[in-house]
Write a protein that binds this ligand. Structure first.
Ligand SMILES: [Zn+2]
Length: 169
């Protein structure tokens, strides 16, 4: 008889608003799942989204965000330089967050969490999308090349730091 590899234990955390949720901690990052909206049948088989990855995994780079560029008509050379700086920062930050997320997910899949199931190679071919969560652009995030379930429901992944959270029994 073999024992399933479920190295990471789900714990319950409470945030400053009193909301409680279950998450696993990996390298100081909390990973939690949320069931997709099952009133939309497209979500039954939709790929997993990851929210919070840039803020949590690339906080060092997010802190360096340069001034947002003016891109309209009459842009000056200074505006065009500002645009290059911002675009370079944005693409480097997204790419770095993607690499760090891929490494985190690889560890998560390898360690395993009881009940959670991952598609094969779900940590590869991760893509950033401004429309990951909504076609209006209000919920940017990463789209994985596969699905994650909490044991029952097709789910999305949320990352957070431990800031402002209390572990509860
Ligand atoms: Zn929206």
């Amino acid at each position: 008889m073999t024992t399933a590899t479920t190295g990471l234990k789900l714990k319950t955390y409470r945030n400053e608003h009193g909301h409680e949720f279950q998450a696993v901690e990996i390298d100081g990052v909390l990973v939690s799942l949320s069931k997709k909206d099952m009133s939309n049948s497209r979500n039954f088989l939709a790929k997993a989204r990851v929210y919070g990855a840039v803020d949590v995994l690339a906080a060092d780079l997010s802190a360096l965000e340069p001034a947002y560029p003016y891109r309209g008509s009459g842009a000056t050379d200074a505006d065009r330089l500002t645009e290059k700086l911002w675009d370079t920062w944005a693409s480097f930050t997204k790419r770095t967050a993607e690499q760090r997320l891929s490494a985190l997910l690889a560890k998560l899949v390898e360690a395993g969490v009881e009940e959670w199931k991952f598609s094969d190679n779900v940590f590869k071919n991760i893509k950033f999308s401004y429309k990951a969560g909504c076609s209006c652009g209000c919920s940017p995030g990463f789209i994985l090349d596969g699905r994650v379930t909490d044991g029952i429901w097709n789910s999305d992944i949320h990352l957070s730091t431990l800031d402002g959270l209390k572990e509860v029994k």
